[in-house]
Design a protein around this ligand. Structure first.
Ligand SMILES: Nc1nc2c(ncn2[C@@H]2O[C@H](COP(=O)(O)OP(=O)(O)O)[C@@H](O)[C@H]2O)c(=O)[nH]1
Ligand SMILES: [Mg+2]
Length: 451
């Protein structure tokens, strides 16, 4: 981290302004060497200055330069940001000049990585910076900004604090048994305390499902026999004619998808080929793909034609997917039907049609109900939101559960103290107190350049 890095922090393309950011111990010196205006090495921290970027006696651009001195900056290092005119040519030219003047090109996410390595933010907060940039909905934005401001770190650190106190208490009990003003931790005292800690961790895990939904949205697959109106339902939900609709069975062969927002959650709706057995090679691949998509989807909208002669036959495939949340949409209810609602008693179902676009609101309400989306909106938005975080909490829970089992079987307290320490360390990995170098590379490589 000795080097001074630079990168374009705004999106590449034509725009009014571009920001080129520099961080490191020589940031001010390097930018000053190509800047005419004031002497940037003499200015106060967190001030902005008008001038020109020059190179080999040529004026390159008229700019505003912000100078932020260590340690109160994003990376905790000296940072200089050049606000140049937007556009590829100018931005790239300034970047090139900085690179020839002593800066190194930053890797993706390197500014945030430095912020983490310099102790300005923890790993949860750093991950959230990436999430904030990628957030597409109001809810995912709230989730990320909450994490950046440390609300989840606070929850994790609270639990760690309890564990370290237990650990310290056990050590004193062992090392200084003569101290009688210190509580002697017996199995009877430890059991409820550890149970309550697993309870807190379990809650984080349960809530994390919400975090995943807020961050990634829900994948909703529309499936059913050919010609029941799957593509028409996709079009009606998207309010555009995205998929081709005809009365010829087997029209949809490839996957067509589109997004809508429901209660602030993104629904990625996927229209699939029908489920029929076919000899047509292209349609066959489409049917195969439909099955794969069903397995990956968070929710299935299973479409049935209202005029069907054999609803049990129609529902056969859905039966094999009983582990998945599903809503049966009985389409074409503008036509006469023989379906009795008792035949659908094992399912969540909605009647409707795409001609008058009726039933679609009921369908949306069912989705809100199944995934508790209304409640999601009112939650405190501090959820675990990455697979890394979730797997560490799961591991921490199993360690404590093992310890509780051992206590039941009469294990000695000093053995339990090993588990408590292990759990403390696992939770420490979540906030990045310990980490492996390749984990950091993997996390930050997903960031944009310049962040
Ligand atoms: N009467 C009626 N016809 C519909 C309805 N929805 C779709 N259709 C017709 O059913 C046929 C098949 O529709 P499509 O969406 O392509 O079905 P898919 O093969 O399941 O994707 C088309 O001719 C549609 O116009 C509906 O609610 N009522
Ligand atoms: Mg179709």
């Amino acid at each position: 981290m000795d080097s001074t890095i630079c990168a374009v922090s705004t999106a590449i393309g034509s725009g009014a302004i571009s920001i080129i950011r520099c961080s490191g111990k020589d940031a001010i010196k390097i930018v000053n060497s190509v800047f005419s205006g004031v002497n940037l090495e003499k200015v106060l921290s967190h001030t902005i200055h008008y001038g020109f970027i020059n190179f080999k006696n040529e004026k390159i651009d008229e700019v505003l330069v912000s100078v932020m001195r260590s340690p109160k900056t994003f990376t905790t290092e000296d940072i200089v940001e050049i606000n140049s005119h937007g556009g590829i040519a100018t931005t790239n030219k300034i970047l090139e000049i900085l690179l020839t003047s002593g800066c190194k090109l930053a890797e993706a996410g390197e500014f945030t990585k430095r912020a983490f390595l310099n102790g300005r933010i923890d790993l949860l907060e750093a991950e959230a910076v990436g999430d904030l940039i990628l957030s597409e909905t109001e809810n995912s934005r709230k989730l990320a900004i909450n994490q950046i401001t440390g609300s989840l770190s606070h929850k994790i650190n609270n639990i760690r604090q309890k564990l370290i106190s237990l650990q310290a208490n056990i050590e004193v009990n062992i090392d200084y048994p003569e101290y009688d003003d210190i509580l002697v931790l017996t199995a009877e005292i430890l059991k409820p305390t550890l149970t309550s800690i697993t309870g807190e961790l379990q809650r984080l895990l349960v809530d994390s499902k919400n975090g995943k939904i807020i961050k990634n949205g829900l994948d909703v697959a529309i499936i059913g026999q050919p010609n029941v109106g799957k593509s028409s339902i996709l079009n009606a939900l998207l309010e555009e004619n995205k998929a081709i609709v005809t009365n010829i069975p087997g029209t949809t062969r490839d996957i067509v998808e589109g997004k809508i927002s429901l209660n602030g959650i993104i629904l990625n709706i996927i229209d699939t080929a029908g489920l029929r057995v076919t000899s047509d090679q292209v349609e066959k691949i489409g049917v195969e793909k439909s099955r794969e998509i069903c397995n990956l989807a968070d929710l299935i909208i299973y479409v049935i034609d209202n005029t069907t002669k054999n609803i049990f036959e129609d529902l056969k495939y859905l039966k094999t997917l009983s582990h998945k949340p599903a809503i049966v949409f009985i389409n074409k209810d503008d036509k006469n039907s023989n379906i009795k609602t008792s035949e659908l008693k094992d399912y969540q179902f909605v009647f409707g049609n795409t001609i008058k676009t009726s039933g679609l609101n009921n369908l949306k309400n069912k989705i809100v109900e199944i995934f508790n989306l209304e409640e999601l909106e009112t939650k405190d938005f501090s959820y675990l939101s990455s697979a890394r975080q979730i797997s560490l909490v799961s591991k921490a829970i199993s360690v404590i559960e093992e310890a509780l089992k051992a206590l039941e079987n009469g294990a000695s307290i000093d053995l339990i103290s090993i588990d408590i320490k292990k759990c403390y360390e696992l939770l420490g990995e979540i906030v990045g107190e310990t980490y492996k170098e390749d984990l950091l590379d993997e996390l930050f490589s997903k960031f944009c350049l310049g962040k």
